[in-house]
Structure formats: C-alpha cells, structure tokens
Design a protein around this ligand. Structure first.
Ligand code: AGP
Length: 593
C-alpha cells in the first residue's frame, strides 16, 4: 500500500509535501518522491528508503515558486524497489506525471498494447502503465477529463491517482477506485491525500471521493465527475481529534503507543459506558443475541484479538469462529443459518477483508464492523459500526489497538451476557498495565538475552496461546527473530525436536488449571538444553520466572501478557539496531491482496 499527497495554489510545497509524506509513511516506506512545477520550471526528486532520505534531495530554497505538486511514499507491489519504479512516474512523452496507490490487475495487457504502439517504459510498475495509457488517449482526444474517464474504463483494479498534465499545470487532476482519496478545501489552494492526516492542520473541509469519481482542482475551485458527467458535491467536516501523530517526547511511536494503552481503554469506557450502563445500539445487541453464530473476519493482530473473544463466547455456549480474511475470501466455510459477521480492522482498509464483503452482503448476513478509522472504506460499508477510539497508530506493528479491540469485544458481549463483571475488572486491569509500564526496565535483561537468538517458541495454553500467537507476530515482524507460537501441550508431539541451547522459549502462565502442566513442559525443554523465559501471573509465579505481572481477571490476561511481549519486541529491536517503527518489507495497512 502507498501514500499519496498533492496540492495546487499558493503554499509552501516543500513543507506540505514532505511533511505529508512523513505522516503517510505508515502506508509504506520502500521509496518516495516529489514533483513540483510552476508551468515553466519543475523539479522531480526521488529516493529509495524513507522520507528522511528524500528531504536532503529537495532543495531548501527552490529556484522557482511552484504552484502545483504531488508526492508519494511507496510499498512495492509491482516492480522492485528501484529509482525507476519510484513515484512520481511519468509517461514516455513526459506529458503526464502521476502518483498512484493501488494495484492494476490488467496492467500487463495494457502495457503490451502500448508497447505495440511504440511507447517505451523506463520502469516495470503498473503505475507507469497508467501514465502512458493516459498520454496515449490524450494523443487521440486532447480533453483531459474525457481522457481520464476513458482511462478508467480500461483499468481493472484499485487506484487513487493524483495527476499533473505538464501542458496545463493550472489544474491538479485526480481519480479514485477502491483505494482511498480525500480532497481538502483550502484558502487560495486545494489539497488531496490518501487520508486526512497530511491536511489535518490545514483544513477540516473534505470531499471523501467515492469509487469511480474523478475530476480536477485549481487553486480556487474543484470539479467532480462520474460516468462522464460533472456532479455536485458537498464538503464534509471532519475534526482532527485523535489525529495526534506527534511523538510527544518519545523516541519511537511504538513505545508511545504501548504506553497509550491505558488511555485507550479509558476512552473506550468513556465512549461506551454511561453511569455503569453500556450504550451500545439496542438493535445491534438484539442481532447478536438472535444470531446463531458469531463469525470474526480479520488479519494479523486484529485476528489474534478476535481469538480471545471466540474463547470467551464459546465458554458461554455461543457458537463462535474466527477466520483469517484472506482464507475466508476464497474458502468460505460451513456456517449456521443466521450468523453475525464481525469484521475487525484497525485501518479499515485491509484488502483481504474488503474481499470478503460481497459474500456477506450478497447473502444479506448481518455485519458489525470495528475499526480505528470511522472514515475508512470498511467503516463506510458497515451495517453496524463501532469505533475503537485508539487514536492514530503510526508504528507499523500494532500494539495499543490489540488491547483496545479485545476490550471493545468483551464490552459488547458483557452488554449481553452481563456476567463478566467487566467494568470492575477493567479498572483493575488498568492497574496491571500501569504496573508493567512502571517496571518496563525489568524487561530489558530478558530482551538482551533473547536478542542473541534467531529462533524461539512462544508457549501457552488456552488464552495464553492466543497471547502467544500475538507475541510471536510482534517478535517476528519487528525483531526478525523467527518466533513461533506453540500450544504447550503440543510441544512433545514434534516441535520439541527443534529445542536446543540455541532455541529458547518464552512462556505465558495465566491459568491455574494448566499452570502445573506448563511447568512440567518446561522441564522437558530444559532437559534438552532449551532456556525458558516464563512470564507469569503473580498468584502462579515461581522464583525463577523472568517477569511476573499482577493478577488479571482471567479473560483479560492476554492484555498484560501481550503488553510484556510488546515491550520485549521493542527492547530486542533496539538491542539489534533495527527500525522499530518501520520494519523492513511491511506497511501499516495492507490495501492490496
Ligand atoms: C500488526 O502488528 C501487523 N502489522 C498486521 O498484522 C496488522 O494487524 C494486519 O495487517 C491487520 O491490519 P488491520 O487491523 O488494519 O486490518
């Protein structure tokens, strides 16, 4: 997934475009670039890597005063991470400059057609095909809006496009299909970006483009088209609350966001509980009660949060299942006749989940969507919607959102079953989390040791296995240590073959009923030279455990154990000198399948 940003009019383009890219780097950071022009002079600056590396290439004092500019930060889908594949890309006649977020499914056939017409390519991206297709259409009919409409008829796939026609730089063109694109209304200038954040300090008036819409903006006005006709539009106001992307004195977003977890839980309590009563939509609660099954669809961390909810629901006799969205999209499962689907997605833009929507809507199944962005694609398509109120999560590895998703799900089910005593348990859990934050320095020695290994197991049973899955993802995706979650009882059925002095284990103990078996298992590991780092709840702790957390109400235990794993991930990564907030090969929101 990529981030695009653009503007036209009177503004400090260097500052707006580079700051905008910094704020969009959570969408990808393989490479980045800027194009600016005043019609006579122009500048094209590109860099492999993060925006920091691009800053030094864009002159602090430009030799001309641009009035239009576009910029892009890339997460490579088609074509390697090379300067020729770095956006902004341009047509072979250098007429069209554009930036693109999305994936064009039929780019190869279009590319072959254009090559047959004698058009050359400098890179191998689908985005460059768009630029050359548009330029080719313009060579037949020189009307830009008609050419864009014609281009959209040819393209299959997702795109958010910002386009500059270098023959007329007094307009900034745009087009949108499946990938998000927001237009922002300014004074003496107009703006666009993949989301609100780059424009939050400039305007609160936006046009949230819908699929199939396209048009252009000048410094004074905006024109919107759909199906060849100009259409009217209204600006919608969006507050910039919860869009704080400052580090607030922290060295890294990951540490900041781990330590925001308690305030996220407090915001959920504030937004969904009033005078000790839940404020959920009564219709939604009835739909949940009447459903014959709850089916969670999610990916990554959000999927791991839903596993805990599945365990809680099943313990109350409710049929519940969680599926990885990318699997469900192609391999639907046998289900009961009246399921409620619950989609969980921090970004609300995950393509693997969007792929599942037609199955749900075509069968008229009920759908609840939970995201951290109420303006996201998934939120906009929801039948019922709940916001996570977690604030922007910038670090690519999800932390505070895991606990937020878990708590919101438990609140929802507590509103029905009313047997979790959740409100009291949450206030107690806040103390558990704050205790871990206060004692985080004690986690560093464990991290220092674990940093020396290339592989490790994360062991758990029951809810602790749910925590182990999330812990393994965190450690894998940020420290690059190959961490695997194993149901502790399964170790002796095969995985223990890997245990050696070079292959340690991290283990969670939160449940009394399995604590004894867990510790027996550790003996089997130690007998084979494997080190075991035990993260235990206080009432189950033993002398040599590596880190002990205060007791949680059992179904909240993953909150604390996963926070310890998040800190471990953070400290191991610092120890190894890797990029905490932008791990290699990843993007914060995966809007491609
Ligand atoms: C989380 O640490 C990962 N970076 C990733 O697995 C993420 O949870 C997954 O891509 C789902 O994202 P979403 O919640 O925005 O849908």
């Amino acid at each position: 997934m990529c981030g695009i940003v653009g503007a036209i009019g009177s503004l400090d383009f260097r500052s707006y475009l580079l700051n905008g890219l910094h704020k969009l780097e959570y969408r990808g950071y393989d490479s980045c670039g800027v194009y600016i022009s005043n019609g006579k002079n122009h500048g094209l600056y590109k860099s492999i890597g993060t925006v920091d590396s691009l800053e030094s290439k864009v002159p602090l004092n430009l030799s001309f005063n641009p009035h239009v500019g576009i910029a892009h930060t890339r997460w490579a889908t088609h074509g390697g991470v090379t300067l020729s594949n770095c956006h902004p890309v341009y047509s072979s006649d250098h007429r069209i400059m554009l930036v693109h977020n999305g994936v064009i499914e039929n780019f190869e056939s279009i590319r072959n057609f254009l090559i047959e017409k004698g058009i050359s390519f400098s890179g191998n991206t689908d985005s460059e095909v768009i630029a050359n297709l548009l330029s080719f259409i313009l060579s037949i009919d020189n009307s830009m809006t008609k050419a864009i409409e014609r281009m959209m008829q040819e393209l299959n796939g997702s795109y958010a496009l910002a386009i500059i026609d270098t023959y007329d730089t007094n307009k900034l063109y745009f087009a949108k299909n499946l990938s998000p694109l927001l237009i922002g209304k300014g004074e003496g200038a107009n703006y666009l970006a993949s989301d609100q954040i780059p424009m939050a300090d400039i305007t609160h008036e936006f046009i949230d483009l819908k699929d199939g819409q396209y048009g252009y903006m000048s410094k004074d006005d905006i024109h919107l088209f759909q199906n060849g006709e100009e259409i009217s539009f209204e600006f919608v106001s969006r507050s910039s609350e919860n869009l704080d992307v400052s580090l607030n004195g922290y060295e890294h977003y990951m540490l900041k966001e781990i330590e925001e977890t308690p305030s996220c839980i407090e915001r959920l309590i504030k937004n969904y509980i009033f005078r000790k009563k839940y404020t959920f939509d009564k219709k939604l609660l009835r739909v949940i009660e009447r459903s014959t099954e709850i089916i969670f669809l999610a990916c990554g961390t959000s999927y791991h949060a839903s596993l805990v909810a599945v365990d809680i629901l099943r313990a109350r006799g409710k049929i519940a299942n969680a599926y990885i969205a990318s699997e469900f999209a192609y391999h639907p499962v046998i289900m009961t006749d009246n399921p409620l689907f619950i989609i969980i997605s921090q970004s609300g833009e995950t393509a693997d989940i969007i792929k599942c929507l037609p199955f749900i809507t075509d069968n008229a199944y009920h759908l609840l969507t939970i995201t951290n962005n109420r303006y996201s694609s998934l939120a906009r398509k929801a039948e019922y919607y709940l916001n996570l109120y977690s604030g922007v999560e910038v670090s690519v590895a999800s932390t505070k959102v895991y606990q937020s998703e878990l708590v919101l799900l438990l609140m929802l089910f507590d509103a029905i079953y009313m047997d979790l005593n959740l409100i009291e348990s949450l206030n107690k859990e806040l103390l558990v989390l704050k205790d871990i934050i206060n004692r985080k320095e004690e986690i560093k020695p464990i991290a220092k040791e674990l940093a020396n290994y290339e592989h490790c197991f994360i062991l758990g049973r029951g809810l602790d296995y749910d925590s182990a899955l999330e812990a393994a993802l965190k450690i894998k995706e940020v420290t690059y240590i190959h961490a695997s979650a194993v149901q502790a009882g399964e170790l002796k059925h095969g995985p223990i073959a890997l245990v050696s002095q070079d292959f340690p284990s991290l283990a969670f103990i939160s449940e009394e009923k399995t604590a004894h078996q867990m510790r027996n298992g550790f003996q089997e590991v130690k007998a084979r030279g494997g080190k075991v780092f035990v993260i235990s709840s206080k009432s189950l702790a033993e002398e040599n455990d590596s880190f002990v957390v205060l007791d949680s109400t059992i179904y909240l235990a993953p909150m604390a154990k996963v926070m310890v794993a998040q800190y471990l991930t953070y400290f191991i990564t610092l120890e190894k000198g890797f990029n905490v907030d932008k791990p290699r090969n990843l993007a914060k929101s995966v809007t491609v399948e």
